[in-house]
Design a protein around this ligand. Structure first.
Ligand SMILES: *[C@@H]1O[C@H](CO)[C@@H](O)[C@H](O)[C@H]1NC(C)=O
Ligand SMILES: *[C@@H]1O[C@H](CO)[C@@H](O)[C@H](O)[C@H]1NC(C)=O
Ligand SMILES: *[C@@H]1O[C@H](CO)[C@@H](O)[C@H](O)[C@H]1NC(C)=O
Ligand SMILES: *[C@@H]1O[C@H](CO)[C@@H](O)[C@H](O)[C@H]1NC(C)=O
Length: 335
C-alpha cells in the first residue's frame, strides 16, 4: 500500500522520465527528413551561397527585403546553423550566418559546399577601416585578403624565421621610446597551400566576379543613420583593394597603422580570408563585400561601430543585392 501510494505520488515524475526517454527518439526523426529536404532543395538548384557573420549584418540584410524565403522549405538547421533557402533578385540562394571568427567561417562555408548544390560564395559583412583614404560607410570588395593571424611569437633575442612575411617589433611601440620589451616580436607566417605547396598569406577573390563588381551601377549607399546622425560625405564603393583577416577584433591605432604600412590593407575583419580559402580550396568562385563600420582604433574616443555599424551593414546588403542582380542567370558560368 505504501509502495503503491509512493508510486502514484511519483506518477508525474515517472511520466516525465518516460517522455524524456522518448525525446531523443522523436528528435532523431527530423535528421532523417533533413537529408530529404536537402535532397529536394538540391533538385531545384543550383544555388548561389550567401554567407554573413553575425546578427546585426543579418538584420540589415533582411531589412532590405531582397530575400524571399523558399515557399515550402525556408530553412534547414544543421549543427546550430540555420541554412535558409530562397531567392534574392530572382536568383536562387542558400543563405547562412556563420558566426564570428575564422573557424566558424571555414566550418560554415565547408558545410554549405558539402550539403548544397552551390555554384559560388558571396561573403559579406562589416569591417574596420584601415586606410585613411576610405571613410566609414564605404563598401570594399577586396581583390585579396591576407591571413594575418598565423604568428610566430618570438623571443626578443631570437632570429626571425626566413619564411616570415613580416615582423612586428613590440619594443618599437614603447612610450617613452627605448628599453626592451618582454613581449618580443611577432613574425607573420604564410600558410602553406597543401595543393600547390606554395606559402602565402594572400588569398584571392575570383577575378571574373571582381570584374562584374567593378561594373556595378546604381548601388544605393546611405549617408544617414537617421534625420540627425549623418556621415560627412556620401559613401562610395571600392573594388580591388586588399583586406586582412585574423581572429582579432582590432580597435588599436598603432596596430592598424602597422597592418596598413606592412600589408597595404584597407579593411580588417575576422572571417573573409577563411571563407575565401575554403571556397577556393573546394574549387568555387568567391567574392567578399565588406562595409566599413569604424576606424579600427584610429578614432578619437569611443569606437563608433555601435553608431555606424547598422548603416555600414545596410550599405553592404545593398551592394550584395546589386551584385547578385548583376550575375548572369547561369551563375556557374565563367571562372
Ligand atoms: C636577450 O639578450 C639580452 C642581452 O644579451 C639578455 O640580457 C636578455 O636576458 C635576453 N632575453 C631573453 C628573453 O633571452
Ligand atoms: C593572387 O593574386 C596575386 C596578385 O594579383 C598573384 O600574384 C597571385 O599569384 C595570385 N595567387 C593565386 C593563388 O592565384
Ligand atoms: C539618431 O540616432 C542616434 C544614434 O543611434 C540617436 O542617439 C538619436 O536619438 C537618433 N535621432 C533621431 C532623431 O532619431
Ligand atoms: C587606400 O584607398 C585609396 C582609395 O581612396 C586607394 O587609392 C589606395 O590604393 C588605398 N591604399 C592602399 C595601400 O591600398
Amino acid at each position: 500500500m505504501a509502495a503503491n501510494n509512493h508510486y502514484i505520488m511519483h506518477l508525474p515524475l515517472i511520466i516525465a522520465f518516460i517522455l524524456a526517454l522518448l525525446v531523443p527518439a522523436v528528435s532523431a526523426i527530423p535528421s532523417k527528413s533533413l537529408s530529404s529536404i536537402v535532397k529536394e532543395l538540391n533538385e531545384e538548384g543550383p544555388y548561389l551561397g550567401l554567407i554573413t557573420v553575425y546578427p546585426p549584418e543579418e538584420n540589415a540584410f533582411f531589412s532590405t527585403n531582397s530575400f524571399k524565403p523558399h515557399p515550402t522549405h525556408p530553412y534547414v538547421d544543421l549543427s546550430g546553423r540555420r541554412f535558409r533557402a530562397g531567392k534574392v533578385e530572382g536568383k536562387k540562394v542558400i543563405y547562412v550566418r556563420c558566426g564570428v571568427g575564422m573557424v566558424n567561417a571555414a566550418a560554415a562555408t565547408q558545410q554549405m559546399l558539402d550539403l548544397f548544390d552551390v555554384t559560388g560564395v558571396v561573403h559579406f559583412g562589416i569591417a574596420g577601416n584601415a586606410n585613411d583614404s576610405l571613410s566609414i560607410g564605404d563598401v570594399s570588395i577586396p581583390r585579396q585578403l591576407a591571413q594575418t593571424g598565423v604568428w610566430d611569437w618570438l623571443n626578443p633575442n631570437s632570429t626571425i624565421p626566413a619564411s616570415d612575411a613580416a615582423v612586428l617589433e613590440i619594443e618599437r611601440y614603447n612610450v617613452p621610446e627605448g628599453g626592451s620589451n618582454q613581449l618580443g616580436r611577432i613574425g607573420y607566417s604564410p600558410e602553406e597551400d597543401p595543393s600547390t605547396a606554395q606559402r602565402t598569406i594572400w588569398f584571392n577573390t575570383s577575378k571574373h566576379w571582381l570584374r562584374l563588381a567593378s561594373n556595378l551601377q546604381g548601388v544605393k549607399l546611405e549617408r544617414c543613420v537617421n534625420s540627425s546622425v549623418c556621415l560627412s560625405q556620401q559613401p562610395k564603393l571600392f573594388v580591388g583593394l586588399k583586406g586582412s583577416t585574423s581572429n582579432i577584433f582590432i580597435d588599436n591605432a598603432a596596430y592598424r597603422e602597422f597592418l596598413f604600412q606592412t600589408f597595404g590593407i584597407s579593411s580588417v575583419d575576422m572571417e573573409s580570408a577563411a571563407v575565401v580559402k575554403t571556397s577556393v580550396s573546394n574549387g568555387f568562385p568567391v567574392i567578399v563585400i565588406r562595409g566599413l563600420s569604424d576606424l579600427a582604433g584610429a578614432q578619437r574616443g569611443e569606437n563608433v561601430i555601435g553608431l555606424f555599424g547598422p548603416l555600414a551593414a545596410i550599405n553592404t546588403a545593398n551592394v550584395v543585392n546589386q551584385f547578385v542582380k548583376s550575375l548572369p542567370p547561369d551563375t556557374t558560368a565563367g571562372n
